[in-house]
Design a protein around this ligand. Structure first.
Ligand code: FES
Ligand code: FE2
Length: 407
């Protein structure tokens, strides 16, 4: 890699090569996704029964999470121990007791142990595996798995601390607010492929100001706006963040007067889409969480979702949305969650804007390695804030990122 030098202004600048440079991207895979981090993989309710599996990923690595006979969840690389073939190509599925590779039918149990392979003893007295071949040494490659409150995380590193230490007590409080131990109910998926660098979607959530400028829907109906009572909380690394906000109204005020996207006359044919009920303790109607490195956890009114980031090179990533509720929701609540989910996802009334704008940002970074973004709103510090008129979460993010990446 050509040695890349960070701009002298420090963490308030983001050089555009972090979004385009192949070598930087390779280093990210190695130090971040394969490093001592925990990546979000699944919700337990996606694989409720023994033999259920989900194909998911850590960075670019395809991994499987599987519910075993005893109910425990294991994780493996989605790669046959024989000659590397991907075992499962469906996103979710069910096997009876074994996972069999389609190529030469090596067969593994739900804990990833190799249990059998054809022609083991040869055929008609010829061939077969050597007598000292050990099944025990040729199982699937396990990954570390830890669950909390119904979500499952995985790590490729023996060095990652426990999930609790990794998030830290402060961020865990926000996490546990949504994943509070109640059984979850899967409501649905949406997926999108975006022609943008994977960090841009994390930035998008940490970039508190944009929500009040870009999103006509948020701004007009007051769902998430800088003039609402808001807070921004970060962990010590600066990499995990929670944005906490209370809903405002469709009104002209000092804030909305500066927002071109505020539409005083706009009305909804069906206002039920923003009809929210309080369900969590406290006044916050929105908490947007970013858990480093691959999870956005969203509570926007009553729509709850995880968004899993799957990088695919410096210029592209996939975003996997999983919408959920709680098993004890009544039918009305489920319907409300689903209705509000129309704000989100690839065609969502709000999130569509984000997908479009980060793609445009990536276009802007082409052939612009000498230039850098400016994150100076709210000063140049890193402290938690009791408002959203600030880029502090972006500065803190790049401070943490630079430390991990050695930049
Ligand atoms: S590659 Fe899987 S059985 Fe041969
Ligand atoms: Fe946004």
């Amino acid at each position: 890699m050509n040695e890349r030098i960070w701009p002298v202004q420090g963490d308030s600048r983001v050089p555009y090569w972090v979004y385009t440079d192949e070598a930087i991207y390779r280093r990210e895979l190695e130090r971040i996704f394969e490093g001592p981090t925990w990546s979000y993989l699944a919700l337990e309710c996606e694989i409720p029964n023994p033999g259920d599996y989900k194909r998911t990923s850590i960075g670019e690595r395809s991994v499987l999470v599987v519910r075993g006979e005893n109910g425990a969840i294991s994780g493996f690389l989605n790669r046959c121990a024989h000659r590397g073939t991907q075992l499962c190509q469906q996103d979710t599925g069910h096997v009876k007791r074994y996972i069999t590779c389609p190529y030469h039918q090596w067969t593994y149990d739900l804990e990833g142990r190799l249990r059998g392979l054809p022609f083991f003893r040869g055929v008609k007295g010829v061939g077969g595996m050597p007598p000292d071949f050990s099944m025990a040494e040729h199982g699937l490659t396990p990954i570390r798995i830890q669950g909390r409150g119904g979500a499952v995380f995985g790590s490729l590193s023996a060095e990652a601390p426990t999930l609790e230490h990794y998030f830290g007590r402060k961020m865990l409080g926000f996490y546990d607010r949504v994943f509070d131990g109640r059984e979850l109910r899967l409501l649905g998926y949406s997926r999108q492929r975006l022609a943008a660098n994977w960090k841009l979607i994390l930035e998008n959530i940490k970039d508190t100001c944009h929500a009040s400028l870009l999103h006509v829907f948020f701004v007009t109906f007051g769902l998430f706006r800088v003039d609402n009572p808001s807070k921004l909380r970060m962990d010590d690394s600066g990499l995990h963040t929670a944005l906490i906000s209370e809903r405002g109204r469709q009104e002209f005020n000092e804030g909305t007067r500066q927002m071109q996207s505020f539409k005083a006359e706009l009305t909804l044919q069906d206002p039920r889409i923003i009809d929210a009920v309080r369900e969590f303790p406290g006044e916050a109607t929105v908490i947007m969480h970013t858990f480093w490195p691959n999870l956005i956890l969203q509570q926007q009114s009553n729509t709850l979702a995880t968004r899993q980031i799957v990088p695919r090179g410096p210029h592209e990533f996939d975003l996997h949305w999983t919408f959920f509720g709680y098993a004890d929701d009544d039918a009305e609540m489920t319907e409300r969650r689903l209705r509000q989910a129309n704000l989100m996802g690839p065609g969502g009334l709000v999130s569509m804007d984000d997908g479009e704008i980060i793609t445009r940002a990536q276009e802007g970074f082409r052939n612009a390695a000498e230039a850098a973004g400016v994150n100076e709103m709210g000063g140049r510090d890193y402290a938690d804030a009791d408002h959203m008129v600030t880029d502090v979460a972006l500065r803190a993010f790049y401070r943490g990122y630079r430390r991990v990446m050695g930049l």
